[in-house]
Design a protein around this ligand. Structure first.
Ligand code: SF4
Length: 326
C-alpha cells in the first residue's frame, strides 16, 4: 500500500512512499491452502483472521464502487459449483480435522450466489465441521434485498449466521456519488431483513467518504441509518484513496477534497454522538486515526471523550495520508 499523500489534491502525487502493514490473508493451515482452490484477490474482514477461508464466489458482481480497487482488474464475477466448494471443505477437513470453529466464504459479494448452492455449502460445512460456531460472507444491500427475506431465512436455517455489509454511508448523495448501488432505504430494508432472518449483521462505515463537502450530512444520515437498522456491529474505516479507482482520479483532479485527521475526527464525533443503537462499535482497521472500541450505548461517553482528546493532538502526530494499493 502506498504513497503518502498530502491533503491538497494538486500536491497529491508529490509523495513519499510509505507502506502500511499488509493485511495478509491467513489460512489456518498453510498445507491445506496449497491444495485448496483460490482465484483472484482473497479478502476477508479482520474479524475473520482466524477463520477457515473456502472460496465460494470469484470477484464481485457489482464491481462499480468508485473507491474500491479490489476487482477492478478482474477476475469477472462467477459462482463456483457447489460440488467443487464441498470438495474444498472436505479437503480442509482432512488437513485440519473437525475442530474448525469459524468459516468465511470469500469473495466480494457471496450473498449474491444463488440460494440453493449457498445453502448447500453451508449445510455441508456444518456437517463436516460439527463444532462450527459461525459461517460468514460479504454481501451488499442490493443483493440482500434481491434475495428477499424468505431466502435469507433459508440461508440462516442452513447455518449462515453473519453477513458483513459495506454500508459506507447513509447519505444518498454520497451513496450515488460512490456508485454503491444502494440508497439509504435499500440499506435499511436489507439490514432489517438480515436481522429478522436471525443472522448477525456487521456494517462498515467509511469515515471521510463524503469529503469536505458532505462531511456533516454523511455523519448525520449515517447515524440515522444505523439507528434505523440497529446492527450487531458497526465497524469504522477511514477513506484512503486506492490506485486504479475513479475516486483517486477525483482527488487528484481536485473534484474531491479529502478530510485531514481532524476533519475525520470531527465527523466521527458527530456520528457517534448521534448513535442511539445498541451494538458493538469497533474501528478494527489500519486506516483509522484512532482506535475506538466499545459497546453502545454504555461506552458512548467514553468513546466521545477519546475522540475529543484526539482532537487536541497536533495533526502531524497522526498517521500520514497515503494512496492504498490493495
Ligand atoms: S466495495 Fe464491495 S460491492 Fe463495491 S465493488 Fe468493491 S467488492 Fe464490490
Amino acid at each position: 500500500m502506498t504513497p503518502w499523500m498530502c491533503y491538497r489534491p494538486e500536491a497529491a502525487m508529490a509523495v513519499t512512499l510509505r507502506r502500511p502493514q499488509r493485511c495478509r490473508t491467513r489460512h489456518p493451515n498453510e498445507d491445506s491452502a496449497k491444495t485448496m482452490h483460490y482465484e483472484g484477490p482473497i479478502y476477508r474482514p479482520p474479524s475473520e483472521a482466524d477463520s477457515l477461508l473456502i472460496q465460494a464466489t470469484v470477484g464481485c458482481p457489482w464491481n462499480r464502487c468508485t473507491f474500491c480497487m479490489v476487482y477492478k482488474n478482474g477476475p469477472r464475477y462467477r459462482e463456483r459449483p457447489a460440488a467443487e466448494i464441498c470438495r474444498d471443505i472436505d479437503e480442509a477437513r482432512k488437513t485440519l480435522g473437525s475442530g474448525v470453529r469459524t468459516l468465511f466464504f470469500p469473495a466480494g459479494n457471496t450473498i449474491a450466489m444463488a440460494t440453493d448452492p449457498l445453502a448447500e455449502i453451508c449445510t455441508h460445512a456444518r456437517q463436516v465441521f460439527p463444532r462450527l460456531e459461525r459461517i460468514t460472507v460479504y454481501g451488499s444491500s442490493q443483493y440482500i434485498r434481491k434475495k428477499g427475506i424468505e431466502d435469507l431465512k433459508r440461508l440462516a436455517d442452513a447455518g449462515l449466521n453473519r453477513i458483513h455489509v459495506g454500508l459506507e454511508s447513509g447519505d444518498d448523495r454520497v451513496l450515488r456519488r460512490i456508485r454503491k448501488g444502494a440508497d439509504a432505504a435499500c440499506h435499511i430494508q436489507a439490514g432489517r431483513w438480515v436481522i429478522e432472518a436471525g443472522m448477525e449483521l456487521s456494517l462498515y462505515v467509511v469515515l471521510g467518504i463524503g469529503g469536505r463537502e458532505r462531511t456533516s450530512p454523511h455523519a448525520r444520515n449515517t447515524a440515522a441509518v444505523l439507528n434505523a437498522i440497529q446492527p450487531h456491529f458497526i465497524r469504522l474505516r477511514t477513506f484512503v484513496p486506492k490506485v486504479h479507482t475513479p475516486l483517486l482520479a477525483d482527488v487528484q483532479a481536485g473534484r474531491f477534497e479529502m478530510l485531514g485527521p481532524h476533519g475525520v475526527l470531527r465527523e466521527t464525533l458527530a456520528l457517534v454522538d448521534r448513535l442511539e443503537t445498541p451494538g458493538l462499535l469497533a474501528s478494527d482497521h489500519y486506516t483509522n486515526y484512532i482506535n475506538l472500541e466499545g459497546r453502545l450505548p454504555d461506552d458512548r461517553e467514553r468513546l466521545l471523550a477519546k475522540i475529543r482528546a484526539a482532537l487536541k493532538r497536533d495533526p502531524s502526530t497522526f498517521r500520514h495520508l497515503f494512496i492504498g494499493n490493495q
